[in-house]
Ligand binder design. Structure first.
Ligand SMILES: *Cc1c(COP(=O)(O)O)cnc(C)c1O
Length: 223
């Protein structure tokens, strides 16, 4: 068994089978991604447009690509043809552009609203009220090539488990509130994308449905 194969096996054995594991392959070369692919893993996450587009070109077509980084409206066109989910929607403007570009490809792109749950104010993301404002905007009602599938959030980078847990719990609470207020009886609003290498166990205990894990699979990055 290779290093990556062993890491994937260990990780998958600690995650319930209904939870999706996005292997975050940013910075890692295509050869390394192929190692995970050959071990049977087909869901990868990237945070840069140019990088995900180049890797999509170079790698097998049955890979499910998740975009997890900050997304500029002028770059949506480079990923709209293939991306399986965009985790980082933080404005109605961006959502409108994703809708337009998805339409050009005759696709419906599943999207998550990125929520600001961490203490640091450096992280991107929306508040609960800002998400409500988007969902109630008449412009939102006219978008047919996106689907709102849930929420994504990153906890504060800290050793304080209590704080991390509180932040994930808040994200899940917001998820439940929005589901009740706007998606009641509808299918599709079902994902809480939370948990990275350092905090995924806490995230799972708090009801995560998608974990985004890089260094625990591929080793530490040099950045
Ligand atoms: C890099 C990154 C991850 C994975 O981080 P690890 O600590 O390596 O698991 C998850 N989510 C986002 C948004 C990232 O940018």
């Amino acid at each position: 068994m290779t290093y990556i194969e062993r890491n994937l096996t260990d990780l998958l054995s600690s995650i319930h089978e209904t939870v999706k594991l996005v292997a975050v392959s940013k910075i890692k070369p295509v050869e390394v991604i192929m190692e995970a692919y050959n071990a049977g893993h087909k869901v990868f996450g990237e945070n840069r447009v140019q990088e995900i587009a180049e890797k999509e070109q170079a790698l097998p077509k049955d890979i499910e690509w998740h975009f997890i980084g900050h997304l500029q409206t002028n770059k949506v066109k480079y990923i709209a043809g293939f991306v399986s989910m965009i985790h980082s929607v933080d404005s109605l403007k961006l959502l409108t552009v994703i809708d337009k570009e998805a339409g050009r490809h005759n696709r419906i792109i599943p999207c998550l609203f990125e929520m600001h749950i961490a203490e640091e104010d450096t992280k991107y993301g929306l508040s609960l009220q800002e998400i409500r404002d988007i969902l109630e905007n008449p412009v939102f009602g006219k978008l047919h090539n996106i689907r709102i599938s849930g929420l994504m959030g990153m906890a504060t980078f800290t050793d304080n488990e209590t704080r991390i847990r509180r932040e994930f719990r808040y994200l899940k609470e917001c998820f439940n509130i929005l589901k009740k207020e706007y998606f009641s009886g509808l299918e599709g609003f079902s994902e809480a994308s939370m948990g990275m290498s350092g905090d995924y166990r806490i995230a799972l205990e708090e009801g995560s449905t998608i974990v985004r894990i890089g260094s625990l699979i591929f080793g530490e990055r040099d950045n």
